[in-house]
Design a protein around this ligand. Structure first.
Ligand SMILES: NC(=O)c1ccc[n+]([C@@H]2O[C@H](COP(=O)([O-])OP(=O)(O)OC[C@H]3O[C@@H](n4cnc5c(N)ncnc54)[C@H](OP(=O)(O)O)[C@@H]3O)[C@@H](O)[C@H]2O)c1
Length: 272
């Protein structure tokens, strides 16, 4: 019988590409997104069904979960992928932007986990795959809120992996480096405050470096492949780094003294 993966944020980028990658390899896909009525690509696949889900709306999570079980009979893998980055100096963020960043990337992801854990626990099987980032283990300037959320996802997921192992639930973290998706243009929430200009030159310089890195980054297929590997793995391996030198960057982070690593990041980003 075909297996089923349930994906959040499947309207674009890594989520959409993963939906197609799994469908083309014989899996059923519950592709969830905020506006399924606008989806034109995924609906062409017989084994993909689209459902409305906003990770900040608990009722939509519950409904999508029940519809997917009804349509596919069972769910084997949850992929928590929905997320975006607030970008800019922290000083410029208002309370709504701070709350929304954490509500989406952290609380939303936790709400989806809470929907699935009792179900996987009773089945004594299932995998939870959370998309973090290389930015869940290291940091860059201007992404302080985003890093706060991804470091939270790392700690939360690592801890969860201990307590769910006795129930044969595999918990995994994917840590992509820069990947070419809407993440860098359509999706970011740009942090700006009227009258606050002291950061402008710095923001311009650093943002240009990010955009350069994004332009030469690989596409989301490289992440879909690693998600495929994690979803089909019999092991309890926790972390999978992927793309744009992510495994190498994390290796440097592990072996270099902290101050050296921070200096290296500063030198690379300060290049204009
Ligand atoms: N691209 C990178 O360089 C990179 C690197 C490391 C980690 N990541 C992570 O990878 C994940 C996917 O990002 P991506 O690169 O594929 O970017 P993307 O193309 O912008 O996709 C983000 C997805 O998240 C969805 N989303 C945002 N807020 C949501 C909410 N409240 N409820 C449900 N869905 C929501 C978006 O839906 P809408 O279409 O409705 O906006 C979209 O489908 C994110 O968690 C991101 O942090 C990306």
């Amino acid at each position: 019988m075909s297996k089923t993966i349930f994906i959040t944020g499947a309207s674009s980028g890594i989520g959409k590409t993963t939906a197609i990658y799994f469908a083309e390899r014989g899996w059923n896909v519950a592709a969830t997104m905020r506006k399924p009525q606008e989806e034109v690509e995924l609906v062409k696949y017989k084994t993909i069904k689209c459902y409305a889900l906003d990770v900040m709306d608990e009722e939509s999570i519950e409904k999508a979960f029940h519809w997917a079980i009804q349509d596919f009979g069972a769910i084997d893998v949850l992929l928590n992928n929905a997320g975006y980055a607030a970008l800019g100096p922290f000083e410029a963020a208002d309370k709504y932007q701070i709350a929304k960043q954490f509500d989406t990337n952290v609380i939303g992801l936790m709400s989806v986990c809470q929907q699935f854990i009792p179900y996987f626990r009773e089945r004594k099987s299932g995998s939870i795959i959370n998309i973090s980032s290389v930015g869940g283990r290291i940091t860059f300037p201007l992404y302080s809120l985003y890093h706060g959320t991804k470091w939270a996802v790392e700690g939360f997921t690592e801890s969860l992996s201990f307590e769910l192992k006795p129930f044969n639930i595999k918990v995994k973290i994917i840590e992509p480096g820069a990947i070419k998706t809407d993440f860098y243009d359509r999706s970011p929430d740009l942090l700006k405050k009227e009258g606050l200009h002291v950061y402008d030159a710095y923001v311009d310089k650093i943002s240009a470096n990010f955009l350069r890195a994004a332009a030469s980054a690989p596409g989301p297929e490289v992440v879909a492949k690693i998600i495929w590997r994690a979803a089909n793995s019999n092991s309890f391996k926790l972390r999978y780094a992927v793309g744009s030198g992510a495994p190498f960057i994390l290796f440097l982070r592990r072996i270099l003294p902290h101050a050296w690593f921070m200096g290296l990041v500063r030198r690379v980003l300060d290049r204009s």
